[in-house]
Design a protein around this ligand. Sequence first.
Ligand SMILES: Cc1ncc(COP(=O)(O)O)c(C=O)c1O
Length: 367
Amino acid sequence: MKRPTHGGNLSWAAEIADCSPHALVDFSASINPLGIPDSAIEVLTQSPIALTNYPDPNYSDLKKAIAAHHNIDPDWILPGNGAAELLTWACRELAELKQTYLLTPGFADYDRALAAFGAKVKRIALTDFSQPLLPTLGLPPAITAPTAIQQSNGILLNNPHNPTGQWATAQTVRDQILNNPHYSLVVLDEAFMDFLPESQSHSVIPWIQEYPQLVVVRSLTKFYAIPGLRLGYAIAHPDRLARWQQWRDPWSVNTLAAQVGEVVLSDRDFQAQTYAWLAAAKPLLVEALQQIPGLEIFAGAVNFVLVRSDYSVMELQSRLLRNHRIYIRDCLSFAELGDRFFRVAVRTIEDNQRLVAGLTAELAAMR
Ligand SMILES: Cc1ncc(COP(=O)(O)O)c(C=O)c1O
């Protein structure tokens, strides 16, 4: 089987580990280890009958739930079949511009979506993975003259950033990107923003109505542990979203996903449990990883950790699969990182200890 571009490909990993996919401990996809919220399970177990009807193509109830969560107008929301679907439509619009700035390394699916519509891409390399995302990047400086004409450039920015976990404050994004007429379309992928509690959020959603050139894309698949169900949403000017709605198929979000979305965003208990788990588990994992010789840790802000290794990650990954049934994310699909980086999700304290023990044993054997 071909090496996968994305994490979470359990069939591929299980073949190497020679076990059932369910026997693996998956650190490769950054999914909340608390699992699907009870509120969602209730909906999923009660709803099969709903499958006999088409979903509401306007997703009115789901939009209302998302609107209430962010305190915005439902007309500014478009639910999608995961953030990935909405990024596709954002990239179709980016492809109409002179060029699109893209930070590298970055989520590999951006390349797919941009290439699908022939977008011209200008790559900006992140070189220091321990620094905040924007200030040092050499992006076009903000033009301050009030008469500056908007330029036909786009930018696709992931905040917090996969795979480094670094972030830019909302104010930095506003100052350097949103108030910069260099960009006529700004796409902010906030797929991991939910992992920051509201008081620490750097989302630009509160400013959405001030910036018609802004598109924010959010994912529900990681925080609510439903990557197999698929659900995300875009927040942007209603005219833009109406255009996307015309491009796509009328029912891209299935009935069950829509009903789950309606309940999970107001599941405060699950959100509080998630913040408590992450605040407890992540520092322990980072500290333990830092003790392992040959690894350099980039802890970032959210629910995964990027690691630089003195040793081949392909070999390390294969050993962890074969000897421990542990699946880490190699970074070969991030072309700039190659075989000396891997990424691990923060899981339960017990799973994380198993990871640390496996890494310690295998790296000792490889030395
Ligand atoms: C940065 C980033 N954006 C978007 C996605 C896609 O999310 P979804 O599962 O909602 O399509 C991912 C998935 O890994 C991701 O890492």
